[in-house]
Ligand binder design. Structure first.
Ligand SMILES: *[C@@H]1O[C@H](CO)[C@@H](O)[C@H](O)[C@H]1NC(C)=O
Length: 335
């Protein structure tokens, strides 16, 4: 363990030294912010993933929240991941916008859901005051809320890499239409993107976790309404492949979906059914890769031990619609 650790931090020191040597202010070699989230005493971890939800309870958001509360208690979940589009239609107006309470605090009221909510921003969140959703002052309103642009949650049994995908998508910049996006902190865009990809690459490379899970709002592969996101296929997918990422989890398409990529071996999981679903919308996909597609509302659970990963998708009645399991040997060299 000691030697691996030393070589790991050596690599870090070298990169840091190079950054300092370059001495360019724009080369901020910032590490992604890290949270530690201890697993259960037996080393396992259980969590929910929900996306595209904040509609003041409408479109079955409240009913789904109610069922999440029941299943969350059964499974004894450790935390919740939000894949973004947290507040419709246009994010928050400011940190005192009551939409935050009406779409979050007053909806997910069950005791089992009083856990950290690790969240990313979606494109709709960028149409309001994006900084408000990122502001730690929201934790005075609801202490569960954890939303940064890009960051890492180290849960020992797995490491979660949260990625701010909206700035990676060309269309919002070149063809915003009538939508106004809050790009404070994102411009100049090229620099933002190169910093983000470099920090993510570094964090993935440094990770010793047996399971590596990347979370973003936008799809990479999807048969839903939006479908594949070409910009993410170009910018993000190579990093995931190079670093043996196990799962890529997203929202954006308002459905539940599991694509098992034959080419990369990565599981692409969409949990974007938190409120309004796009009924009847699905494109053709290779049947040997499409494990599951559901065009209604629902959520996903993830259960992890060192050697096993289980996912399940639930509908609004808490019926299990799809289950999938995989296992792998402990990566002993990292212990
Ligand atoms: C709520 O869920 C039920 C059951 O899936 C569905 O029939 C109904 O259309 C949903 N309502 C909305 C507004 O999506």
């Amino acid at each position: 363990m000691a030697s691996i650790h030393r070589s790991g931090s050596m690599g870090y020191l070298i990169i840091l030294a190079v950054c300092v040597f370059l001495g360019v202010a724009s080369y901020s070699c910032a590490e992604l912010h890290r949270f530690e989230h201890a697993p259960k005493p037996d080393g396992s971890l259980t969590l929910f993933v929900i996306g595209d939800w904040g509609r003041r309870g409408a479109y079955n958001q409240s009913q789904l929240a109610f069922q999440m509360g029941i299943v969350g208690k059964e499974l004894d979940i450790d935390f919740v991941i939000s894949t973004g589009d947290n507040i419709y239609p246009n994010g928050l107006i400011g940190t005192d916008d009551p939409a935050f309470e009406y779409s979050f605090t007053k909806i997910y009221t069950a005791s089992s859901l009083q856990k950290p909510w690790y969240s990313v921003l979606g494109n709709h969140d960028y149409r309001g005051d994006a900084l408000a959703q990122l502001s730690p002052t929201l934790r005075h309103v609801d202490k569960r809320w954890i939303c940064l642009r890009s960051y890492v949650v180290d849960a020992q049994v797995a490491e979660f890499f949260f990625v701010d995908t909206t700035p990676l998508v060309d269309n919002y910049f070149t063809q915003p239409g009538e939508n106004v996006y809050d790009w404070r902190g994102v411009l100049p865009r090229n620099q933002y993107i190169s910093n983000l990809l470099r920090d993510l690459h570094f964090a993935l490379q440094q990770s010793n976790a047996n399971w590596k899970i990347v979370v973003g709002h936008h799809t990479i592969l999807s048969a839903g309404y939006h479908g594949n996101t070409l910009d993410l296929q170009n910018l993000l997918l190579p990093l995931l492949q190079e670093n043996n990422v196990d799962l890529y989890i997203n929202g954006h398409d308002h459905c539940l979906e599991h694509i098992s990529s034959l080419e990369s071996g990565i599981q692409f999981l969409t949990s974007g059914g938190g409120s309004m679903a796009w009924r009847g919308v699905v494109k053709w996909w290779k049947p040997e890769e499409m494990k599951f597609y559901y065009d209604g509302q629902g959520f996903m659970s993830l259960h992890l031990t060192q050697t096993q990963l289980d996912i399940a998708f639930y509908d609004i009645f808490a019926n299990v619609l799809h289950k999938w399991t995989t296992s792998k040997h402990l990566h002993y060299s990292t212990l």
